[in-house]
Design a protein around this ligand. Sequence first.
Ligand code: GLC
Length: 558
Amino acid sequence: MTQHLAAPSTGTSDDAPGHRTGWWQDAVIYQVYPRSFADGNGDGMGDLAGVTARLPYLRDLGVDAVWLSPFYASPQADAGYDVADYRAIDPMFGTLLDADALIREAHGLGLRIIVDLVPNHSSDQHEWFKRALAEGPGSALRERYHFRPGKGTDGELPPNDWESIFGGPAWTRTVNPDGTPGDWYLHLFAPEQPDFNWEHPAVADEFRSILRFWLDMGVDGFRVDVAHGLVKAEGLPDLGAHDQLKLLGNDVMPFFDQDGVHEIYRSWRTILDEYPGERIAVAEAWTPTVERTANYVRPDEMHQAFNFQYLGTAWDAAELRKVIDISLDAMRPVGAPTTWVLSNHDVTRHATRFANPAGLGTQIRTPGDRELGLRRARAATLLMLALPGSAYVYQGEELGLPDVTDLPDEARQDPSFFRAEGQDGFRDGCRVPIPWNREGTSYGFGAGGSWLPQPAGWGELSVEAQTGVEGSTLELYRAAIAARREHPGLGAGADVEWLDGPEGVLVLGRPGFVCTVNTTGAPVRIAARGRVLLASAPVTVDGAEAVLPADTTVWWTV
Ligand code: GLC
């Protein structure tokens, strides 16, 4: 195996035809959630062999790169975002050889591979943490995490008032090896996810080595999980606020978006730059403003950051225009491409968000008006793919999948659902294995079942059911992504030109194109803008005029 891995598949498609510098600037990046994409061995759980077998589908979809959510050795307390060994593959997903095969195969097809890196916390089953607990108070390994004595007369109160993102206190009390109650440790997420202490040089060294391990394996980049969380304010001060979760994303918190994180990313950038082929890092950074998000993508830090402000925007012309402008303006001074995303593994799929009234947030448990949601989702996607910068597509959105809102509680696995006592944490709804075939066991997901139940009728949304069908959501995505490839101007640059349009209609100019978006629930008559290149619903052109159906986007070539 060593020998096999010693000649990594580097350089991806550097020599492939059409390679351009800065491939990531306008890349369409497809998120694979390995548990739910394709099951190669029929055990009901997706795996790396399943992904490899389906890579030709992604090549045909036309995406530039694939980001895989974590597949590392993990007890799966948070679906793999609790990593026990950063250099090993969880047996449920395969082996290092499977990862190697996936990377090589992808590169052979001209696809780049981005892996998830989880540096804010490890699993409580990570060797360091297990030993830190077993060795008891005074263990040097405890300094690599945040262990603190409790408050109160007997240390029975947590060291500060921080709350876990998944609900409940962000601290758990340990039991000493002799059975007495001991110190507490910090976990911003589940108790099985202790936060690393990034002030400790061993932690920084370890992650630099992990980066190199995967770069040597040939990966093209990293999506950095909770990139905003690594550094905590000196002394871990109380927040002094109730309902802390409401503050998330509105304020700099003592545990989020501290300025010290940037030094870490500067050191990572020097490592990425040592490797050929423009290896990249993408920040998952929840910050109060897009301006603060831009700090993560300064020229000597990461390459991209997710634009969650865009993801959270309602289907409303004025709101969309505002967030697009703010996003482009924020990235301009740092020279990084703006990114756009509508769905991922942590939020209700956009076909269901847009099916519900605005203002419900991104964790929704009601199906809403499915037809309306799909119509708006298709229109929203065409708008997203017309914007300058890089766009993220979450597996299954190209099929127009809705969230599965009626999963039985006993099927749910999202730890935040349980920590929030069933009032929040509905992330399983977007994680249901995707349908490949009309019929058959798990609709072609695999030869066995499916780790989350798939709804009846899932097969009608399958790849098989939509392939070659004019007007299907899958063919719309294929056509849109192909058009972006054919007309690089669509994703290029950093500006959009806003043209006049009726109330509720966005008219934006891109080099050689105009994109018109009717966000209203009624047809709108507009001036025809040229030749229709693509439309999210049939558009009628009558001489110099056109009728945009309700909730429809049209791309025009001018
Ligand atoms: C990120 C991941 C999410 C995970 C959390 C803790 O937000 O996207 O799925 O639960 O980090 O690692």
